[in-house]
Design a protein around this ligand. Structure first.
Ligand code: CP
Length: 299
């Protein structure tokens, strides 16, 4: 594994190996990444991805250099190309964690980078490290991946975490997916074609009433405000699916509620106390998975 760019690049053997490393982090020798430097280059806002990668590197004994608003505070603001920025950061760091507003930006970065590039989200493209931590959460909290029944809810057109996790789930057996979204925000045809090719059963619907009682995982997402050209269009869809204790009560025992976060109203705070709510635990698993990934890339 040289770079981490898209979920399709992982096979089950690599996934299992990453999960095993994450499970066994306590057995690692102290500071395995001493003298290694992580550059986090974020052109879009982030709390979890940036902090968890930076925390992961520090916990492993490495160092971090960072720009959290590269659009404004890196030389991009003066007109430097992404390729030139990546070329130069290659001299200063051992791994680049890149979040960018353009789909395909991380793949572009790999064409000039001699050090590993990790896609930390590229526009409405993918977020593969989120997908790995989501899959790890499913394994830990549901106890299985094969045969899992999952409902993705919200803005499935623009949500890169759903796209990346769908690609990963396509590698497992007897998975059943419900895509719950407004008609205009449906999951892309590329994902549907991929799932069909991999014999994954999926169903699209606008309503979640008939789905809530049939699933192991409810994966709630926000409407992606930043991807809408017109604010009025965003306002039309915001609030379409709000999860409260009423909907949670319709789910069977053992169903877990996930969300990549941030949430902006689509899960009521009252749900936090439900034993089904694992979205904060999910963010915690992100730290373990990102530590495991850094070890795989840099050791
Ligand atoms: N889930 C996720 O990518 O969160 P951030 O945008 O806060 O990194």
């Amino acid at each position: 594994m040289k770079h981490v760019i898209e979920s399709q690049q992982f096979d089950k053997k690599i996934i299992n190996s990453i999960f095993k490393t994450a499970d066994n982090l306590s057995q690692l020798k102290k500071h395995p990444l001493k003298n290694k430097i992580l550059a986090s280059l974020f052109y879009e806002p982030s709390t979890r991805t940036r902090f968890s990668f930076e925390s992961a590197m520090l916990k492993l004994g490495g160092e971090v250099i960072t720009t959290e608003n590269a659009r404004e505070f890196s030389s991009t603001a003066k007109g430097e190309t992404l390729e030139d920025t990546i070329r130069v950061v290659n001299y200063y760091a051992d791994v680049i964690v890149l979040r960018h507003y353009e789909k395909g930006a991380s793949a572009r970065a790999t064409t000039v980078s001699k050090i590993p590039v990790i896609n930390a989200g590229d526009g409405a493209g993918q977020h593969p490290t989120q997908a790995l931590l989501d899959l790890y959460t499913i394994k830990k909290e549901v106890g299985k991946i094969d045969g899992v029944k999952i409902a993705f809810v919200g803005d499935l057109k623009n949500g890169r975490t759903v796209r990346s996790l769908s690609y990963l789930l396509g590698k497992y057996r007897k998975v059943k997916i419900f895509f719950v979204s407004p008609k205009k925000l449906r999951i892309g045809d590329d994902i549907k074609k991929y799932l069909s090719r991999h014999n994954i059963s999926y169903k699209e619907t606008e309503k979640w009433d008939n789905v809530l009682g049939r699933i192991d995982v409810l994966y709630q997402t926000r409407i992606q405000k930043e991807r809408f050209k017109r604010p009025a269009e965003y306002r039309k869809y915001k609030g379409t699916y709000i999860l409260t204790l009423k909907e949670t009560g319709k789910m069977k025992k053992g169903t877990v509620i996930m969300h990549p976060l941030p949430r902006v109203g689509e899960i009521a705070p009252e749900v936090d106390k439900s034993p089904k709510a694992v979205y904060f635990k999910q963010a915690k698993y992100g730290l373990l998975i990102r530590m495991a990934l850094l070890i795989k890339l840099l050791k």
